[in-house]
Design a protein around this ligand. Structure first.
Ligand code: FES
Length: 273
């Protein structure tokens, strides 16, 4: 059981939880995730570790209350216990040897992109953090992101904050004016990551994406998180979640992510009742 030390509502649907988790905090690296369960029969939800503090023995997770599992998790209060938190899982993001990096986050994916930017920035690597949201009301973690990069370039779809448009517009502009990125790291909704990879492929910039397929055990045994990368089957929970974005079969990923939409809606209906 892991105690909730702090709970912050970042916007109307997005929640940050700081959890007591000393053993996980001791080993966590940017890009790794935990599997969280609320209640004995709760769904297993994979959530990226947004931040960790080894000395305090805490980790932070950020999630959107969109399904049954995340609604139950989001209903817990400060001081209450999460039934279980397993991790850290997955392979840490490779962050060595880069000269200048664009970290691109979309929506709640910005919370997942943040630790990568923070780590690189802390190592003295120039980092532009390009963050995209639908509108101003749902912008999250702006101050944290600002502290984790050299430049925070914000975009909203409706132009209510930052530049009007998409992260891909800003990324292309920056590449065109000679930003000189030797790596792009993109984390967010699958269509966004695919669009980022489309841009970087044109310019020949290696691109890392963090994939979010359906996961169950998180240890390579169930096959639920199967993805195709470079024509080969890989398991996101143990081989990833980071992969070469130019090699990922995004169509297959989107199709597989929609496999249980009916069941997910039904379960959410039970929780909301
Ligand atoms: Fe089961 Fe990856 S979640 S194999």
């Amino acid at each position: 059981m892991n105690r909730i030390l702090e709970k912050r509502e970042l916007n109307s649907t997005t929640v940050l939880l700081k959890l007591e988790a000393a053993e996980i905090a001791a080993k966590a690296q940017p890009g790794q995730f935990v599997i969280v369960r609320t209640g004995e029969l709760g769904e297993r939800i994979p959530l990226t570790i947004e931040d960790y503090d080894r000395e305090a023995g805490t980790i932070q997770i950020v999630f959107q209350k969109v399904g049954a599992g995340t609604l139950l998790l989001g209903a817990l209060k400060e001081g209450e216990m999460v039934t279980d938190v397993a991790g850290p899982l997955g392979v840490a993001t490779h962050l060595d040897g880069y000269r200048k990096v664009a970290v691109v986050g979309g929506g709640v994916g910005c919370a997942i992109a943040y630790p990568q930017a923070k780590h690189l920035h802390g190592q003295g690597v120039p980092v532009d953090l390009i963050a995209g949201f639908r509108s101003k009301e749902i912008v999250i973690l702006e101050e944290e992101m600002r502290r984790a990069c050299d430049r925070l370039l914000l975009a909203t779809d409706d132009g209510s904050y930052g530049q009007k448009g998409f992260v891909t517009d800003i990324l292309r502009e920056q590449i065109e004016v000679g930003a000189g990125y030797d790596r792009v790291i993109a984390i967010g909704p699958v269509p966004m990551m695919r669009a980022v990879c489309g841009v970087t492929k044109e310019y020949g910039i290696p691109t890392t994406v963090s994939l979010n397929p359906i996961m169950i055990d998180g240890t390579g045994m169930c096959g639920g998180c199967r993805v195709t990368v470079g024509g080969k089957v890989r398991f996101a929970c143990v081989d990833g979640p980071d992969f070469d974005g130019h090699e990922v079969d995004f169509d297959e990923l989107m199709k597989r992510n929609g496999s249980y939409r009916e069941q997910e809606a039904e379960k959410k209906g039970h929780v909301c009742r």
